[in-house]
Write a protein that binds this ligand. Structure first.
Ligand SMILES: Cc1cc2nc3c(=O)[nH]c(=O)nc-3n(C[C@H](O)[C@H](O)[C@H](O)COP(=O)(O)O)c2cc1C
Length: 185
């Protein structure tokens, strides 16, 4: 691995200008020079179906290639019904196959969950971590990122206006950069 380390920022929401996308974009702006963050949205990813694996759809291959070309993966996700949105679980499943050729294998990862609510999508964060453990992804442990109260974090133009959140995201992405560098050794 060489710097800048390439980080695929997988956004767990399809919503136009959703908070998860905005947080991912804010992290990309705050990232130190040692990281190059690329936002990966999941709009074009079709449902996983093992029957299609012999002749994998082009959108699966494109997603797998994007993950394989990255040095690390940062997941930014909302919570749906105390778990991760289906689109994100689908992306985890698509990237994990074919068996023995997971695009995610051994890639350092981070999980940033967020919600307008108070709990900061803790449930989604830890459901995702369960998958990442099985996928053999070393996940940054501290700082944990359960971001609550995102409803007033961005202005109409999508700019981050909540200073305490900006400070936290800076701390998080700096810790993530150190973590990726440590894993690269
Ligand atoms: C189907 C559905 C389920 C939801 N379940 C939760 C939940 O369990 N916990 C929570 O904090 N917010 C929940 N929400 C609210 C989301 O946090 C909110 O819609 C958020 O803006 C979605 O993230 P996004 O802005 O990145 O799209 C849910 C929203 C939807 C549409």
């Amino acid at each position: 691995m060489a710097t800048p380390y390439r980080v695929a920022v997988v956004i767990g929401s399809l919503r136009n200008n959703g908070f998860s996308l905005r947080i991912g974009q804010a992290l990309a702006k705050l990232a130190p020079d040692t990281l190059k963050l690329e936002i990966v949205t999941l709009h074009d990813l079709s449902f996983y179906n093992q029957d299609l694996e012999a002749n994998a759809p082009a959108d699966w291959t494109a997603f797998r290639d994007k993950i394989k070309a990255s040095d690390a993966v940062l997941f930014v996700t909302p919570e749906y019904n105390r778990s991760i949105p289906g689109v994100l679980k689908n992306a985890v499943d698509v990237g994990s196959r074919p068996y023995g050729k997971s695009a995610f294998d051994n890639k350092p990862a981070g999980v940033v969950s967020n919600s307008p609510g108070a709990i900061g999508a803790f449930g989604a964060n830890h459901h995702l971590r369960q998958c990442l453990t099985f996928l053999n992804m070393p996940v940054l442990q501290q700082p944990e990122a359960y971001i609550g109260g995102v409803g007033d974090a961005f202005n109409e133009a999508g700019e981050l206006v909540k200073e305490p959140l900006r400070e936290f995201l800076q701390k998080y992405i700096d810790a993530f950069a150190a973590w990726v560098a440590q894993q690269a050794k």
